[in-house]
Design a protein. Structure first.
Length: 318
């Protein structure tokens, strides 16, 4: 071994003398670091203290469908979002390390994809202040983790305290969660194939209660306002309603998501962490947006979604 060590300097000197640029690259750790990152199959990223992307590796198009230059300066949450939102979205919680958390992204063509993400914070070595996050992501649409997560999302949708309806653009009901069925008194067989119009109560002046909501969905893709439903025995009950139209390339047809918040749901939402908490209406919209994210992911990732029988979704899950 001693003889071999003695011969190494001689062999190294036999080759061509590196250029000034080559010698600098050998000395500069950041350049060697960049070369190493670009050898990895995973996409590596770095953010600043405000969670804006300041660096992302050349594998970005393979995993997210975008060139790195298109994403530099974007907020990380605008590029990828956790499939299962964290219970606390405060600043300190966002700085915590995490590993193998499933995130969703929207491609250039508008399709929803899934990536597995791990990240950790880094701090200024002298002052100790938070400097940003470093992590990696990997496209993982066919991973077993996706199957497990989809099943959890199905259970979460079943257990929503808000009244959830999913219909096609013509109003034909495709899904009603247990809370809606309990509140309205309608069973699954009664709801199968009927239109949402038949569940909405009219005002005394006989005005069409659907016109404003349908017009807003057609024009803006969303709706927020008061509504009146009626139970199976014709008893009316009032709700605050949020609706979204979901129309993505991978979907066979558009879907309308209706979220109704009765008095009990409005009381419960006070204890649920949501992105915006400046008032009751903002809390409702924040919660509705999270449900929208869940339904969008299911609609683009789970074949046959939605159907009225939740058990059929679980059997159809990949």
């Amino acid at each position: 071994m001693a003889d071999r060590r003695d011969r190494i300097p001689e062999r190294a000197g036999d080759g061509p003398v590196p250029s000034a640029t080559g010698r600098k690259a050998r000395r500069d750790p950041s350049i060697r670091y960049e070369h190493l990152i670009n050898l990895l199959d995973d996409c590596v990223f770095e953010t600043d203290r405000h969670f804006r992307l300041i660096r992302i590796s050349d594998r970005c198009p393979r995993h997210l469908g975008y060139h790195p230059a298109e994403l530099i300066g974007c907020f990380l949450d605008d590029v990828i979002r956790p499939v299962t939102p964290r219970p606390n979205t405060g600043t300190e919680q966002r700085r915590q390390p995490f590993r193998n958390i499933l995130h969703a992204y929207v491609s250039r063509e508008g399709a929803v994809g899934l990536v597995n993400v791990s990240a950790a914070p880094f701090y200024d070595p002298d002052a100790g202040g938070f400097e940003g996050m470093m992590g990696w992501l990997r496209e993982t649409s066919d991973s077993p983790i996706v199957t497990q997560t989809l099943k959890k999302l199905l259970l979460r949708l079943d257990g929503e305290f808000a009244l959830v309806l999913i219909s096609d653009p013509n109003g034909r009901i495709l899904y009603a969660n247990p809370r809606f069925r309990e509140m309205s008194g309608h069973g699954e067989s009664e709801l199968r194939g009927i239109k949402r119009d038949g569940l909405v109560s009219r005002d005394d002046d006989d005005a069409d209660p659907r016109a404003a909501a349908v017009a807003a969905l057609e024009r803006f893709g969303s709706w927020f306002g008061a509504a009146m439903y009626r139970t199976r025995d014709a008893r009316p009950f009032s709700v605050v309603e949020v609706a979204f139209r979901i129309d993505l390339p991978r979907m066979e047809t558009a879907l309308d998501l209706w979220l109704a918040y009765d008095d009990m749901a409005q009381r419960m939402i006070q204890s649920i962490p949501v992105p915006v908490i400046d008032g009751r209406d903002d809390q409702i919209i924040g919660h509705a947006t999270r449900v929208l994210h869940t339904v969008t992911l299911l609609a683009t990732s789970l074949p046959g979604f939605p159907v009225l029988d939740p058990d059929a979704w679980r059997r159809a899950a990949p």
